[in-house]
Design a protein around this ligand. Structure first.
Ligand code: BTN
Length: 249
């Protein structure tokens, strides 16, 4: 049984974006911590960096979770990404092998993206006031129009239709458990587990940064959530989101 997340669930046929819906609820001043909003269809589903999020009506999980992690100084905001992606990871490994977390907060099966997370924080002083965690998890969609995100669904892997209510319950319980560890200050286990499931950790691969293409190896995530990569010349660089691009081969 989840402790914080999912005690209240609003289920919508359609909305503009569950993250927008959650933002409106918070602004209205009546939104408990752990509120979940789930929709079958988003008319303006949003991805990271102004991308849209493709999802066929009723096929996938589209949800937002409202959190108030006021205990978390802003420099540790990446911990939220970690606990959310770990909860998604744990949910998916019950269904298939080959799941990993691609920094900062995509979930992959093999080389393809099965889920994305859009986290929107509002800050009060030096702390996080409200966090809206938007999750798009491809469950039963069998065809994708946009190839840009390298998409795949769980059903394409397991070859059967998945009961969305079952996977939603598992997802909520798993994220709740990781979030409770964060509330309890257990950063060691969170950091260690996140690193252990990281896509391409310790493997040579091709990347692009402001200086061009290079071969490098992901060796760590630093305390503020930057990706630490060792380049060919043994120089180590630390990247914020969007300062480094992963090649798809
Ligand atoms: C990404 O680009 O990888 C993040 C995708 C996040 C999509 C989810 S779907 C539910 C929630 N509402 C949105 O508008 N976006 C997030």
């Amino acid at each position: 049984m989840a402790v914080i997340i999912g005690k209240n669930i609003i289920t919508l046929g359609e909305t503009d974006s569950t993250n927008n819906y959650a933002t409106r609820l918070v602004k209205a001043g009546s939104c408990p911590e752990g509120q979940v909003i789930v929709a079958d269809l988003q008319l303006q589903g949003r991805g990271q960096i102004n991308n849209t999020w493709e999802s066929e009506n009723g096929k996938n999980l589209l949800l937002s979770i409202v959190l108030y992690p006021n205990f978390l100084p802003i420099q540790f905001q990446f911990q939220i990404s970690k606990v959310v992606t770990l909860g998604i990871f744990e949910t998916l490994i019950k269904y298939t092998d080959g799941v990993s977390v691609k920094w900062p907060n995509d979930i992959y099966i093999g080389p393809k993206k099965v889920a994305g997370v859009l986290i929107e924080n509002s800050i009060m002083g030096s702390r996080i006031d409200t966090t809206i965690v938007g999750i798009g998890l491809n469950v039963n969609q069998l065809e994708f129009k946009s190839n840009a995100l390298n998409p795949i669904s769980l059903a394409q892997i397991v070859q059967y239709d998945i009961d969305k209510s079952v996977i939603l319950k598992e997802l909520i319980e798993n994220i709740d458990r990781w979030y409770l560890l964060l509330c309890d200050g257990q950063l060691g286990i969170i950091d260690k587990t996140y690193l252990s499931v990281l896509y391409r950790l310790g493997k040579k691969a091709n990347y692009t940064d402001k200086d061009g293409d290079f071969e490098g190896t992901i060796i760590d995530i630093n305390p503020i959530g930057q990706l630490v990569v060792r380049k060919e010349d043994n120089v180590t660089r630390e990247y914020h989101f969007k300062e480094i691009e992963f090649s798809h081969y």
